[in-house]
Ligand binder design. Structure first.
Ligand SMILES: O=c1[nH]c(=O)c2nc[nH]c2[nH]1
Ligand SMILES: [Zn+2]
Length: 501
């Protein structure tokens, strides 16, 4: 394979929350170090022939379709509140410069729950966990899982894990997710298998072996036996990830206490100590549901808030991703900001499980760093584009319950920014992912938007482009009606990891 490739076409990105940047040109990507880094962005290239002329016949040129664009990397420095509450105009202001590509980051997804997408009935968090989630997760490692109660053949949990993990990675890649922070299950073998599959398929992934060992809250069929076992299996899973990718660039472990109620206090302390000793990423849930918050109060009477529980156990670090954060107090937000801890906003899940309206605008105003998560299978879809839509929708409900105030509304560019630049910050890859800057990694999806033909027949996808729309309007239409049919190709670190047939 040649070391360098030129990508020619339209590049769209959101370098700032309310800026949609659209430009045409070329990216020269170098895979010399196996990383697929942008060596040069060249806005003087006007055609594929031009690119050949400039970069030589031996450098392949990959061209985006005329009716499409590269939508990768969103860039960002440290996020500060950009929304001036008095200046409503800034929400709708889209700067029209030129544009380029983008990465999509799913900052919170349970790979093991993928078979349950769409299955949640009328449940809310705590009964959803016991009714749907623990039985499914346990079936990826425990032949005595309640899911095998009526099995006619001897169960093969690892074979099931292989099917599930291959499928969820296919789905997320097909939806343009180039980086994902995964929860697996408590099972070491199955978690290592998820790492193997993600690495082989080339998705950038953080792999979390789920820690849960508190007998009052975890069923006997699905929990670690003791703190010692939790720590030993966590360490073994970390070692496995490191054995696959020493650099930790493409694949890395992430310490994963399921949520405070599922872990013994001693376990939380030891996980915090491990994260600190080895400077590891951490992911967990926080303040998703009111009954959950009451449970935390009951189980941790010595800590004043849910956030304080994590802080007390040294789990509130700059490398920690907290999913949900729907019901935080202002004091909790301030502590999270002080610790530089990150938030994964999971709007589809919050709506599906009736958890509440997450006030993203307030968090952004407080200066918190926020990305988007699908939270499959609390969330019903593996698509981060769908998470963008849901984030926009939920923000409007937040505005409604706050007196109909539109300052809470997230715009499309802002939603895309959260899904890319925001996500890059949340996973600690800011400046490396999420944009089309020289030196950044080529984690990019190519989007196509078919035009309706003159007879008014439908195009191949749900996004009907008539031809007269501006590119800004086309991007809006893509966000509201797009899906995996609009994702033609996906690259991670310059490697083609998905191509739509
Ligand atoms: O959305 C969620 N999904 C889960 O699996 C979970 N476990 C604890 N809290 C949770 N929230
Ligand atoms: Zn979750």
């Amino acid at each position: 394979m040649p070391q360098k490739t030129v990508y020619f076409g339209r590049f769209i990105s959101t370098p700032q929350p309310n800026e949609l940047l659209i430009r045409t040109g070329a990216a020269l990507v170098n895979r010399k170090d196996g990383r697929g880094t942008i060596e040069k962005m060249d806005w003087t290239v006007g055609s594929p022939q031009d690119a050949v002329h400039k970069y030589g016949i031996d450098t392949p040129v990959v061209t985006a379709k005329d009716n499409g664009f590269f939508f990768p990397g969103f860039i960002g420095e440290c996020f500060h509140s950009y929304w001036d509450l008095r200046n409503r105009k800034s929400l709708t202001l889209w700067t029209r410069k030129m544009a380029n590509g983008c990465l999509q980051t799913d900052t919170h997804i349970h790979a093991s729950q993928y078979p349950n997408v769409g299955i949640f009935g009328k449940s809310t968090l705590l009964d959803w966990l016991t009714t749907y989630t623990f039985p499914l997760e346990s079936s990826l490692g425990n032949p005595k899982s309640p899911m095998y109660r009526n099995a006619t053949e001897p169960p093969d949990p690892l074979a099931r894990a292989k099917t599930v993990y291959n499928r969820v990675i296919s789905r997320t890649l097909a939806n343009g997710t180039t980086t994902a922070s995964y929860y697996a299950t408590i099972h070491l073998d199955a978690t290592n298998l998820l790492a193997d599959i993600a690495f082989a398929r080339g998705q950038r992934a953080y792999i979390g072996r789920v820690c849960m060992d508190r007998p009052e809250t975890c069923p006997e069929y699905y929990r670690d036996e003791s703190t010692e076992q939790t720590i030993a299996h966590t360490k073994a899973s970390i070692e496995h990830c490191r054995s696959l990718d020493v650099s930790g660039e493409l694949l890395a472990p992430i310490i994963t206490p399921r949520f405070a109620p599922s872990c013994l206090p001693e376990t939380l302390s030891q996980l915090g100590a491990l994260a600190k000793a080895e400077d590891l990423r951490v992911q967990t849930h926080i303040s998703e549901n009111l009954s959950e918050i009451s449970l935390v109060k009951q189980l941790f009477p010595d800590q004043t808030t849910y956030t304080d529980v994590y802080d007390h156990h040294e789990l509130l670090t700059p490398r920690t991703i907290l999913a949900h954060a729907v019901h935080l107090s202002q004091d909790e937000m301030r502590l999270i900001k002080q610790r530089k801890t990150k938030i994964s906003h999971c709007p589809a899940s919050n709506s599906a499980l009736g958890s509440g309206f997450c006030p993203v605008r307030v968090m952004l105003d407080e200066g918190l760093e926020v990305g988007l998560g699908t939270d499959v299978s609390g969330g019903y879809s593996t698509s981060i584009l769908d998470a963008v839509r849901n984030a926009c929708m939920v923000s409007r409900h937040v505005g409604y319950v706050n007196g109909g105030d539109s300052r809470y509304n997230l715009g499309v560019a802002e939603g895309l920014w959260l899904a890319t630049v925001g996500g890059a910050k949340v996973v600690g890859m800011q400046g490396r992912l999420g944009g089309f800057e020289e030196g950044m990694l080529w984690d990019v999806q190519e989007i196509v938007l078919d035009e309706v033909d003159p007879n008014g027949e439908r195009g191949e996808t749900e996004v009907d482009i008539f031809g007269w729309e501006t590119w800004e309007d086309r991007v809006e239409k893509w966000v509201w009606n797009g899906d995996d049919r609009n994702v033609r190709r996906v690259w991670v670190g310059g490697r083609l990891v998905h191509e739509r047939q």
